[in-house]
Every structure is written in C-alpha cells, then in structure tokens.
Design a protein around this ligand. Structure first.
Ligand SMILES: [Fe+2]
Length: 221
C-alpha cells in the first residue's frame, strides 16, 4: 500500500489502496468522465461522491498519513498514491503536510477536486498576469486566500486558479485528498517563485510508487 518497502507487492498502478470507499469514488469518476464531456459540469457532478469520501472514516491507511523525510517538495511533505489509472488519465492521492510546513507554489495541469481530510490548511491562489510565452518566467499576483477546515474542498479547472500553495496551520499535520485527471506526481509541472518570477520544471513524485520509466529518464537530464 503506502509503505515504499512493499510497493512491488501491489504494483505501481491501479488500486494501491483497495477499499470500497475509494472504489466507489473512482467508479463514479469514470462514469461521469464518459457521460459528461464538459469538465466544469463533470467536476460539479462529482462533488457529492468526493465529499462522501472526505467524510468517511477508516479507509486511509496510517502509512499514507505520515510525513516523508525524503520528500522532493521539502518540509517532510508526503505524497501517497492511492489509485492511478494505467493510462495516466486519473489519480487519487493523499498529501501529508506537517505542522507549519508549506508546499512550493505549484500548478496541477489537470481538472480535479482537492479537500482536507485532517487538520487545517491555508491556501494562497495566484493569478498569472503575463501571457506565458517565457517558460522560465511568470508574473504572479495573489488572487485569493482561504482557510480550509476538515471536509472543505475545492475544484481545479486549469488554467483558472491552478497556481497555489498550501500551508498547514493546525498543530498536527494536515492531510488533503486529491482526485486529479493526470498522474499528478509523475507529470512535469512547474514550481514558481512569485517574488522573482522564476519558473522551474517540477515533478513531485510519489513516496510509495515509481514514475513510468520514460518520465524517470527525464529526471536525469
Ligand atoms: Fe496543489
């Protein structure tokens, strides 16, 4: 499951954590992806199923709920794959952000839903002011800030509100659950430094599952 020592027993794709709650959400996502071509309408229709998973207890293993000292994001932040579609078209993962830690400013490049399962987070969302022609530079300004309590969730519909960072403001680590229409930790995304405008390629990686070999080769360049 989430223990990296045992990942090969479960394989890096499919249901890395196999529970009825996770299967129900993935089945509903697949059904709506086929039935609803419009991403905004599909995400809206998925909210009840996503909220149900966030409200349920007992389905997230302890070893997907702990800090990761080898984190590529720093701060002990752990990203654990719970479900990954073979084709890289969908994933579900937990993100553990220790108390006081913050993610880098980053994008996601896919539609989805993100919600808080444990603890509290502050989210800061950025608006991009430039036209994106320079891959190494972005002019960003803060678009909004919000505090997210347990059970709160929000939609991602890039490019709107796709650049953000989150910080844990609870005394214990926060855990957020992410349902996204890519293989988020293995795709090349971007991290941003809003003050300097610097943009760098970013791939976060899962703590409990490898990325595909072709993507792995790209990290070695
Ligand atoms: Fe994010």
């Amino acid at each position: 499951m989430c223990d990296t020592e045992h990942r090969h027993e479960h394989g890096p794709f499919g249901f890395l954590v196999d529970t009825p709650e996770i299967r129900a959400l993935i089945a509903e996502t697949e059904r709506l992806t086929t039935a609803m071509p419009d991403a905004a309408a599909r995400v809206e229709a998925l909210k009840p199923a996503f909220g149900k998973l966030l409200a349920a207890e007992g389905w997230l293993p302890d070893d997907c709920s702990r800090a990761d000292e080898k984190s590529r994001m720093g701060g002990g932040i752990g990203q654990y794959a719970l479900y990954r579609a073979d084709a890289g078209s969908l994933c579900l993962f937990s993100l553990v952000v220790p108390a006081g830690a913050a993610t880098p400013v980053h994008d996601h490049l896919a539609w989805g839903l993100v919600g808080v399962y444990r603890g509290r987070q502050d989210e800061t969302v950025y608006r991009r002011l430039d036209d994106g022609h320079d891959p190494a530079h972005a002019d960003l300004e803060i678009a909004k800030r919000q505090t997210l309590e347990r059970g709160d969730f929000y939609a991602l519909l890039p490019p709107t509100d796709d650049i953000h960072y989150v910080k844990t403001i609870s005394e214990a680590a926060s855990i957020s659950i992410h349902l996204l229409a890519n293989d988020t930790a293995c795709v090349w995304r971007h991290r941003f430094e809003p003050e300097s405008g610097t943009v760098t390629p970013f791939r976060s990686g899962y703590a409990n599952a490898p990325c595909p070999p072709e993507a792995q080769a790209a990290t070695d360049r």
